[in-house]
Design a protein around this ligand. Structure first.
Ligand code: MLT
Length: 315
């Protein structure tokens, strides 16, 4: 009877608003993905309200820690990105174990990054930017969203490829970083197309390259060279976003959330919003919980050594 009782209790799930914690400031790329995704996730969950809570700081680890310690009842979830795989190499005393303290609910999308700069930079393409960077060694301000953020990872590898140390200016997300870039307070930043496309289109920032192996589609972004073709051979950073719950969330709830994620990823409205921002919705087996977890484990093993090797550039 108890098992039946437990089962039926979960059959009612969700019977009140669900909170999705975004571990970066509102208005940034992670927040954008979360709000778009929540809109699609509500439908298969009986149109239950989904509240986005922004918990920025420390490259996303503060928000992730909060969710790792939340009640495992399915009402506090985490939407995070590649930082789930880079933070273990960067934070010696991380307050959670990435592979043990979360239930994996599926991978959502993959987002390219762009290398952008303040509009007053005296460079109009990547070659001129590279010359300006080497002529101004030690005076460059590179913005990011903190140790472990996607923007930090890309900036770290960019500095390592150029063999140039820059002053990194961390923010609680790339939305506040973008504000300072627009104001000319910082020089360059790597950020996801979800945050940069509109700024590039408006001419308020200069775009120099993309971080993906292949050029991006679309009239505007396709003009940007990849960093690989611009000379940084093998440069390849693509940001992915996944959904997580605290470890111990009942399996019936995990299964219901994973099924709802798969339905949401097929939502044509969601696809349209993602495509408009250069993001690619995941359609392979990484939408399964087990394969999502395997993916994160592989990414931890991939980025760990690269981050440790680049350690001298970490801010
Ligand atoms: C990052 O740079 O890690 C995040 O994209 C920043 C953000 O979402 O604000």
């Amino acid at each position: 009877l108890a098992a039946l009782g437990a089962q039926s209790a979960h059959a009612e799930y969700p019977d009140h608003a669900i909170t999705i914690v975004v571990p970066f400031a509102a208005g940034g790329p992670t927040d954008k993905v979360a709000r778009d995704f929540a809109e699609a996730l509500r439908k298969p969950l009986g149109n239950q309200a989904i509240v986005i809570e922004n918990v920025g700081g420390a490259g996303g680890t503060l928000g992730a820690t909060k969710v790792s310690k939340a009640a495992p009842d399915g009402y506090t979830l985490l939407l995070h990105h590649i930082g789930m795989a880079t933070s273990p190499a960067l934070y010696r005393n991380l307050a959670y174990k990435t592979l043990d303290d979360f239930e994996y609910l599926g991978l959502i999308n993959e987002v390219p990054m762009t290398l952008i700069g303040r509009s007053t930079l005296p460079a109009t393409n990547y070659a001129e930017l590279a010359k300006w960077l080497s002529a101004n060694k030690g005076k460059i301000n590179l913005a990011n969203a903190g140790l472990g953020s996607a923007s930090h990872l890309c900036g770290l590898l960019f500095q390592q490829s150029l063999k140039e140390d820059m002053t990194t200016v961390p923010y609680k997300g790339t939305a506040p970083a973008m504000t300072d870039l627009l104001g000319g307070q910082v020089d360059i930043m790597c950020d996801q197309t979800t945050n940069t496309t509109s700024q590039i289109e408006s001419g308020k920032v200069k775009a120099f390259a993309v971080t993906t192996p292949a050029r991006l589609p679309g009239a505007l972004l396709s003009k940007l060279p990849t960093l690989d073709e611009a000379g940084l051979k093998g440069f390849n950073v693509t940001i992915w976003h996944g959904l997580y719950a605290p470890k111990g969330t009942p399996k019936a709830v995990v299964d219901k959330l994973n099924a709802a994620l798969k339905t949401a990823l097929k939502d044509p409205e969601f696809h349209k919003r993602e495509e408009a921002l250069g993001a690619v919705v995941v359609t392979d087996n990484r939408t399964n919980a087990a394969d999502h977890k395997k993916w994160v484990e592989a990414e931890i093993n991939k980025w760990g050594p690269a981050i440790k090797a680049a350690g001298q550039y970490a801010d």
